[in-house]
Write a protein that binds this ligand. Sequence first.
Ligand code: SAH
Length: 361
Amino acid sequence: MTELAKKLHDMIAQSGPVSIADYMQICLIDEEHGYYQNRPVFGKDGDFITAPEISQIFGEMLAAFHAHIFHLYNAPASAITFEAGPGRGTLSADMMRCYRAIAPALYEAPCYLWEASHALQEVQKTHLAPKEPVFISSLSDLPQAPLFGVANEFFDALGVRQAIWHEGAWHERRIDSQKGAFHFIIAETLEDSADHWRLPAQAEDGDIFEYCPNGEEIMGQLAHHIAHYGGALLVIDYGKSGHKGDSLQAVREHQPSDILSHQGEADFTHWVDFAALADVARRHHARLIGPVSQGRFLTELGIGERAEALRKPDDALGDRALVAAIDRLVSPAQMGEAFKVALLVPEGDGLPPGFMSLADR
Ligand code: SAH
C-alpha cells in the first residue's frame, strides 16, 4: 500500500467516506505524497504527454495569439503574464522565447506562475531561466494588472464531485475504504445540499452528474480579475459542455489505470465542463468565448503554414517528426477534437482569431 493510500484509509476511518473531489485533490497535490510532488509525470518516461511537450509550435501559436490580443488592447504597460499549473514549464518557456521576438513587452512583463508542487516549481525555474518567475500560492496574490495567461490541462486536474441518481433522488457518490481496499459508495442524498440546484429534476437510475466547485471558484476569481483589470486567459482542456456522465480517468505509464488503486502514482483527470465555466464567467461580468476544438483553433491561427515554413527537406527524420507532431496536435483522431480551447476576456462582443468558426453556428 502506498503512503498516500495509508493516509486516505486513516482519514476515512476518522471522518467517514470522502468526496471524489477531495480524494482526487489529495492523490494529486498532497504536500508530501501527491502525484505531482514525486514523479517524472510528463513525457516518454512519465505517464502522459501534454501538447507543449509534443512540440514547441504549440507554445509559439499561443504566444502569437496573446501578442495579437495584447496589441489589440493597446499594449498596457502594467501587463503581467500568467500560467496556472505549468507542469515542467515548457509552455511558458516556449511562449517567452516567442514573446522575446514578437512582443518584447510581454517578455519583460512579470511572469506569475501558480503551481502546487514544489518539485515542479524547481523544474519550472530551470526551464524559464534567465527569466525569473514569481510563484503565487493563491490567485489573490496576483497584482491588480492586465493578465495574459494560459491554463493548459489545469482545470481537468481539479477535484470533481459526482452525484448519482438512485431510488428517485440524487445522492453524492463518495469513496469509502474497507479491509485495505477502496470502493465507491452511494452516500447521503443531496436534496438539502447547496449543490442541489445544479442537478436536473429527473434522471434514470444510475445516471451520474459531475460538477467541479473548485474549478468554478477558480474561474470566478480569474473572471473577476479580467473583468476588473483586463487581459485574456486561454483555457485548454479535455472538455464537454454539460456535465452528464462519469468522465473520471486515471492514467499511469501511458495506460488507463484504476481510480481506486495506485494513489499518488497515477494521474487523475476529469472532462472539463466549459458550459459551467462560461456561466461563472458571465456572473462575474466576463466572457468565456468558445470552446472550439484545439484542431480548429490551431488551424485557424495558421499552424499549417508555420509547420510548412519549418519543414526540413534535408533531414528526413526531423521532417517526419515535425509532421507527426502537428498531426498529433490537430487531427481529430488524436488531440484535435477531444481538447477544447476557450478564451476568457472582459465583457464585449466580436470574435478573435482562432474562434471565428463560432460565427458559423
Ligand atoms: N500545463 C502543463 C501541465 C499540466 S498537468 C502542461 O501542459 O504540460 C497539471 C499541472 O497543474 C501540474 O503542474 C500540477 O502540479 C498543477 N496543479 C494541479 N492542481 C493544482 C492546484 N490545485 N493548484 C496549483 N497547481 C495545481
